[in-house]
Ligand binder design. Structure first.
Ligand SMILES: Cc1cc2nc3c(=O)[nH]c(=O)nc-3n(C[C@H](O)[C@H](O)[C@H](O)COP(=O)(O)O)c2cc1C
Length: 257
């Protein structure tokens, strides 16, 4: 069965699908679009661009949801909100609702992936959150597995590894994983913005990631998909701190060639 199915009754042969297909999988013959090449990455551009709704994709729910352009958000507001975003390290006890989590995960699911691999996975620590944190605290306090790395750095600067050092009492922790770093990192960035737009705060726990890299016990607990590594650990909850102004930053490093 073809991955892309053209409804010939609806198709007007406008060729927009062929024009926008990144791999040239569609042609127009005798006034109708035709799926001609199997090199389809299932990106859905043909589905999205067709003015007639004549395209469907095998194996996908092809609901006809109208696209909303990012311009609807407003660039000035978006930029100001992005500059105002801060890492949150103090959380209230208010839980994250199911619907909020669903939106955060949906933002991750819709982030771009190289080759449209869609190979990013999301692991909510849920009932194992306290256990995972206790494992990480043990690894950092022991220090031997991370001798030259962050645990040693913390020791040097005199930071105490408290029992809530990794998750700060936050109600939700999501580990974003994949076979490479780029796609999960992009997904995490999408998720962070969505969380912020819901009034939630996020901490990327790089220290947790270090623990996952060295601890087989933690990796077993995480039970990530085959071939995946933990790329980010997103600690999420309602902030117990409010930032009044935008922080200064180093100048832009830009070179135009
Ligand atoms: C990949 C990554 C890992 C991070 N890991 C930690 C961490 O383990 N603990 C922590 O307190 N902050 C962590 N942070 C937060 C950074 O320290 C923070 O982004 C930086 O100080 C700038 O502050 P801002 O996010 O409020 O602008 C991490 C941030 C990133 C992007």
């Amino acid at each position: 069965m073809d991955k892309i199915i053209i409804n010939e009754e609806k198709c007007t042969g406008c060729s927009l699908c062929a024009f926008d297909c990144p791999n040239g999988c569609l042609t127009v013959e005798n006034g109708k679009a035709r799926f001609a090449r199997p090199a389809c990455i299932e990106c859905g551009h043909c589905f999205a661009v067709c003015p007639q709704g004549a395209v469907t994709m095998a194996g996908y729910n092809c609901a006809d949801e109208p696209a909303v352009p990012m311009t609807a958000v407003g660039s000035d507001t978006l930029l100001a909100a992005m500059r105002s975003r801060r890492t949150v390290r103090h959380f209230t006890e208010r839980p994250v609702e199911e619907e909020e989590l669903r939106k955060i995960l949906e933002a991750g699911r819709y982030s771009p992936t190289g080759g449209n691999f869609q190979n990013v996975a999301f692991t909510v620590l849920g009932s194992r959150q306290a256990e995972a944190e206790a494992l990480c605290v043990g690894i950092f306090r022991d220090g031997s597995a991370l001798d030259a790395g962050p645990a040693a750095f913390l020791k040097r600067i005199g930071v105490e590894v408290t029992d809530d050092f990794f998750f700060k009492g936050a109600p939700l922790v999501v580990v974003v994983s994949g076979p490479d770093d780029v796609n999960p990192a992009l997904a995490s960035s999408y998720m962070e913005l969505m969380a912020e737009s819901l009034g939630l705060g996020v901490l990327y726990s790089g220290f947790f990631r270090e623990c996952a890299a060295v601890s087989a016990e933690l990796r077993e607990l995480l039970d990530l998909p085959e071939g995946h590594r933990a790329v980010t650990c997103m600690v999420i909850g309602y902030p117990a701190v409010e930032y009044k102004r935008i922080v200064p930053r180093k100048p832009l490093k830009l070179k135009t060639l």
